[in-house]
Design a protein around this ligand. Structure first.
Ligand code: OGA
Ligand code: NI
Length: 343
C-alpha cells in the first residue's frame, strides 16, 4: 500500500477519536537555551530538536519567549472576527484578493487532497509578510509577495495579528538556527534563504462537531503541511497526529507551549531526514476552537536543494532542486478550492 492509500484507508475506518497516548510520544522541548551564549548549551537543545524531527516530525516547545498576553489578544480578536455576520467577513473574502490573503469561508480548503469529496469544517483568515505597494517583488507581479488585506472590524485586528506574525518570524528564525545545528550546518546557514519569507499565518476557527461525524467533513482532513515547518497554537483539543503504525495520537494544547511540526519542504531539503507527519483536526471539544497556524516558508527566490550535510555517496539527493516560490504556489493550488488572481 502506498502512503497515500494508507492515509485514505485510515480515514475510512470511521474511528474519529484519537488514542490518548502518553505525551512522551510527542516530545516537549524547552528551547530557552537556543539563544544561550554557550554553544554547548545550544547544541544540547538542537540535538533534542533534531531527534524529534527525525522520529516524530512533531514536538512541543516551551520557554519560547512569545508573551501569553499576545496569544490572549489574538484569540480575542479571532473570537470577535469570526462571530461577525457572514456578509461582514466576506468583505475581505480571499476570492476578491489578488494575493493569498483574507477570509476563507467553510469550503475554501480541502487539505486532504486524496479524499476529493471532503471539505474542511473551518473558517480562516490568511495573512502574510506585510509589504508595501512599493515592494519590488510585488511591483514585478510576484504572486506571493504584497500587502495584506485587513478587516475593518475588529479595529485592532491588524495591529495584533501583525504583532503575532513578528513573534512567529522571530521564534521561527531561532528554530531554523536549531535545525542548522542539528543538521551539522553553520548556525546561520538558513538565514539568507529565510529573511523575506513566504510565511503564512492562518487564524482559524473550528465550530464544534457533535453527534455522528461525517468523515468527509472534519475540521481539517488528513494532510501534511507543505512549508518548512509550522508553529501552532490551539485553544482547545482537536489536533491528531498519525504515528508510523497509522494510529491517531492526540496532540492537545499544553499551556505555555506551541506545537511545531516539520513540513514537506523541510523534509525535501533534508533529503527525507526530517519527517513531515500526517495530521488532522476534529473538534470534538464541544466548544469553539481557535488555532493559529504559522507556516514558515523560505524566500520566494530561494532554491530548495538537498542540504550538503544530508547527502553522501551512499545517500544521494532524492529530490531535484525546486524554487521555493514554485513549490508554494503549486501547493496552494492543490489545497484550496480557489486560485489567487496573481497565480
Ligand atoms: C493546518 C493544521 C491544525 C490546527 O492548518 O495545516 O494542521 O490545529 N492546523 O488548526
Ligand atoms: Ni497542518
Amino acid at each position: 500500500m502506498t502512503v497515500l492509500q494508507e492515509r485514505t484507508a485510515s480515514l475510512d475506518r470511521l474511528d474519529l477519536s484519537a488514542k490518548k497516548l502518553d505525551f512522551d510520544s510527542i516530545p516537549l522541548i524547552d528551547i530557552a537555551d537556543l539563544t544561550h551564549p554557550d554553544r554547548a548549551r545550544r547544541e544540547t537543545v538542537a540535538r533534542k530538536i533534531g531527534e524529534a524531527c527525525e522520529h516524530v516530525g512533531f514536538f512541543y516547545v516551551t520557554n519560547h519567549g512569545v508573551p501569553q498576553a499576545l496569544l490572549d489578544a489574538i484569540y480575542g480578536v479571532a473570537d470577535r472576527f469570526f462571530a461577525m455576520p457572514t456578509e461582514e467577513k466576506l468583505k475581505v473574502d480571499i476570492h476578491k484578493a489578488d494575493r493569498h490573503r483574507g477570509y476563507v469561508p467553510v469550503g475554501g480548503l480541502h487539505a486532504d487532497a486524496h479524499n476529493t469529496g471532503s471539505h474542511d469544517l473551518q473558517e480562516g483568515f490568511e495573512l502574510s509578510l506585510e509589504l508595501p505597494e512599493t515592494d519590488p517583488d510585488y511591483l514585478a507581479g510576484n504572486p506571493m509577495y504584497g500587502p495584506n488585506v485587513w478587516p475593518e472590524h475588529p479595529a485592532d485586528f491588524k495591529e495584533i495579528a501583525n504583532g503575532y506574525y513578528s513573534e512567529m518570524i522571530s521564534l521561527g528564525r531561532r528554530l531554523f538556527g536549531g535545525f542548522a545545528l542539528a543538521l551539522g550546518l553553520e548556525e546561520s546557514w538558513f538565514e539568507p534563504k529565510i529573511e523575506k519569507p513566504m510565511g503564512q499565518l492562518r487564524v482559524l476557527y473550528y465550530p464544534p462537531q457533535a453527534g455522528t461525524v461525517d468523515p468527509n467533513q472534519i475540521g481539517i482532513g488528513a494532510h501534511t503541511d507543505y512549508e518548512c515547518f509550522t508553529i501552532l497554537a490551539q485553544s482547545e483539543h482537536g489536533l491528531q497526529v498519525q504515528n508510523r503504525k497509522g494510529e491517531w495520537i492526540a496532540a492537545p494544547p499544553i499551556p505555555g507551549a506551541f506545537v511545531v511540526n516539520i513540513g514537506d519542504c523541510m523534509q525535501r531539503w533534508t533529503n527525507d531526514r526530517f519527517r513531515s507527519t500526517v495530521h488532522r483536526v476534529i473538534n470534538l471539544s464541544g466548544k469553539k476552537r481557535y488555532s493559529l497556524a504559522f507556516f514558515y516558508g523560505a524566500n520566494y527566490h530561494a532554491t530548495i536543494e538537498c542540504l550538503p550535510t544530508c547527502q553522501d555517496k551512499a545517500n544521494p539527493p532524492r529530490h531535484p532542486p525546486v524554487k521555493a516560490g514554485d513549490w508554494t504556489v503549486a501547493n496552494i493550488k492543490a489545497a484550496y478550492t480557489y486560485v489567487p488572481k496573481a497565480i
